[in-house]
Ligand binder design. Structure first.
Ligand code: CDP
Length: 223
């Protein structure tokens, strides 16, 4: 039997991962967070003192040393970099910006896209990122572009970090989101853009539950 693949793309902070996680839980699918993989690659660079913007080659020659694993532990997804649990560390702002910088490098994308395709082979999956509809899973049965206004996205990110007790500055978060939007949309390889065959879902004025319901409706429509 062919597995179900649901592809969700969209800009930073649009709610892709929280919505996808909830949908995965309700529908019994496996959730795959591809952003976490770019974040782990960025953390490798940070921990090894590699200046991602200035020294691409230094990262590219060490790509084989980057081993990333996504594991499901007690219902929660944990992210491992070379055997170490980095799930919390990769959510910090320096890694968010670094992820957008490593994601520009074609060699990094080729490596991670191959891993992502492999992961989608064995299960029903909902996978979120920037290039899932167009590049990673072009044959996905359901394709969604999830977006929201910059202000709504910055506010959600602010609330999410504050709720976790992480101190943050709203204006700085908004600037980082704008930086990543520009970087992600203007890069040469697989820029962030709505695929022609993806459904557009703007969540600016939707509650979290409404967004989850809309995604489930889109899935039910094709099943
Ligand atoms: O959760 P948030 O939207 O803030 O970001 P993320 O999904 O964790 O992704 C972090 C960064 O990785 C993005 O800003 C993109 O530059 C990059 N990324 C990508 O290029 N392609 C993907 N499939 C997923 C993430």
């Amino acid at each position: 039997m062919k597995h179900i693949s649901v592809a969700v793309d969209g800009p930073a902070g649009a709610g892709k991962s929280s919505v996808s996680k909830a949908v995965a839980k309700d529908m019994g699918y496996t959730y795959i967070d591809t952003g976490a993989m770019y974040r782990a690659a960025a953390l490798f660079a940070i921990e090894n003192g590699i200046d991602i913007r200035g020294e691409r080659a230094a990262l590219i020659i060490r790509l084989d040393e980057i081993k990333i694993a996504l594991k499901n532990e007690n219902g929660a997804q944990r992210v491992y970099l070379n055997g170490k649990d980095v799930s919390e560390r990769i959510r910090q702002e320096d890694v968010s910006v670094g992820a957008s910088d490593v994601a520009v490098i074609p060699e990094v994308r080729v490596k991670l896209v191959a891993m992502q395709r492999e992961m989608a082979k064995t299960d029903d999956v909902i996978m979120d990122g920037r290039d899932i509809c167009s590049t990673v899973l072009p044959d996905a049965q359901v394709k969604i572009f999830l977006t929201a206004s910059v202000d709504a996205r910055a506010k959600r990110r602010y609330d999410e970090l504050t709720a976790k007790g992480v101190e943050c500055d709203y204006e700085k978060l908004k600037k980082d989101i704008e930086y990543r939007d520009k970087n992600d949309s203007e890069r040469e390889m697989s820029p962030l853009k709505k695929a022609d065959d993806a459904a557009l879902l703007d969540t600016t004025d939707l509650t979290f539950d409404e967004a989850v319901e809309r995604v489930k409706e889109l899935i039910r429509d094709v099943l």
